[in-house]
Design a protein around this ligand. Structure first.
Ligand code: SF4
Length: 351
């Protein structure tokens, strides 16, 4: 029997595991508290379990861990963590402090196969899926680092699945990870504070809405199919009409809205005509627009729009009653900004 990594399993899987090794089902909640509240790394430290229970658990399970190999801090306070996985692959996780929020941007794949033209992760190709354990452990380990500092910035307040990879291309493991992140007696993130960002895999968006309550962000970046297909190959499979229809049907509760991310590229999608198309596309969908002026990088051909173009674009959207937030890309000096993440130990390190 292969040993089970306790960190990546759901409560239900843990209950089955405990039954399978002859232990009481109620131990599952105790174990979840040890793993995610106390953050123990050794089964023997779960002191309210009997010695025989710990022995049995040790025989058939373990607590896996990804290895933190490097941490960098940007001039703006953004922190980037590089983790090494058991097979030698690496992933990056970014911690962003902004307006009293401490947001952790986590990865869900090593690389990505979606091939968005403005993204260095996509340009580096796809290596493999992350397991739920590897996804959750990014949160556990960074929480352990920042909690002692919590008097200045507070604990991690928000999680965004927006790091390396397309979360919905790793559906089963991401779903498990989301469930684990939201346990009341575990990491305790409410669905409002967890946002999954997708490039637009429509069947998975529909399925996600049926399976779990989580905030949704869609990486849009163009309001017409021709340009979006050039920037994001996924648009050739799922066009804008279909994407917006899926968003309209996505269950949005508690006054939440879908976020549309729109990277502004100079001369490509930043004109008032583009803004007009965007307004028409969104229509009356409860949404907010997250505008991100492109963060220039020597390996990418795109340019950042001039300040006035950004102001005019924002103004147009606001005059047409859209809620707009303009987000500065953070952590650019350590390649932690949007679309700049990739496995730095692969020899392609940009920082
Ligand atoms: S933007 Fe997201 S979906 Fe597109 S290639 Fe990059 S990581 Fe993948």
């Amino acid at each position: 029997m292969t040993k089970l990594n306790l960190k990546g399993v759901t409560r239900q899987e843990l209950v089955s595991h405990l039954s399978g090794i002859g232990k009481e089902r109620y131990r599952a909640d105790q174990i979840i508290r040890w793993l995610y509240l106390q953050r123990v790394r050794d089964i023997d430290n779960m002191s309210n379990l009997s010695l025989t229970c710990r022995k049995r658990l040790n025989e058939f399970s373990f607590i896996g861990q990804i290895e933190l190999v490097r941490e960098q801090e940007s001039q703006d306070g953004t922190r980037k963590f590089l983790f090494k996985l058991d097979d030698g692959n690496t992933l990056e996780t970014v911690l962003i402090f902004d307006k009293n929020r401490l947001t952790l941007c986590i990865s869900t794949q090593v690389g990505c196969r979606m091939g968005c033209r403005f993204c260095l992760t996509g340009g580096s190709g796809f290596e493999r899926q992350l397991s739920a354990a590897e996804i959750v452990d990014q949160v556990v380990q960074v929480a352990e680092i920042v909690d002692p500092e919590s008097s200045s910035r507070g604990p991690i307040s928000n999680i965004v699945l927006m790091g390396m990879g397309e979360p919905l291309d790793n559906f089963a493991e991401v779903l498990k990870a989301l469930e684990i992140l939201m346990y009341d007696d575990g990491l305790q993130f409410s669905s409002r504070r967890v946002t999954l960002s997708t490039c637009g895999l429509i069947p998975e968006i529909v399925e996600l809405g049926k399976r779990i309550e989580v905030s949704l962000a869609v990486s849009l970046n163009a309001a017409d199919d021709k340009l979006r297909s050039e920037l994001m190959p996924i648009n050739r499979r799922y066009g804008l009409d279909e994407l917006l229809a899926a968003c309209r049907h996505y269950p949005v509760t508690n006054q939440r809205r879908i976020t549309f991310e729109y990277i502004l590229f100079a001369g490509l999608n930043d004109s008032l005509d583009d803004a007009e198309r965007l307004v028409a596309l969104i229509g009356n969908l409860p949404a907010k627009i997250n505008l991100i002026p492109f963060n220039e990088h020597p390996e990418l051909p795109f340019k950042k729009p001039e300040h006035q173009r950004i102001v005019d674009f924002v103004d147009y959207l606001q005059r047409h009653k859209l809620t707009v937030m303009t987000r500065r890309s953070k952590g650019a000096d350590i390649s932690a900004a949007c679309g700049q993440l990739r496995a730095a130990e692969s020899g392609n390190c940009l920082s």
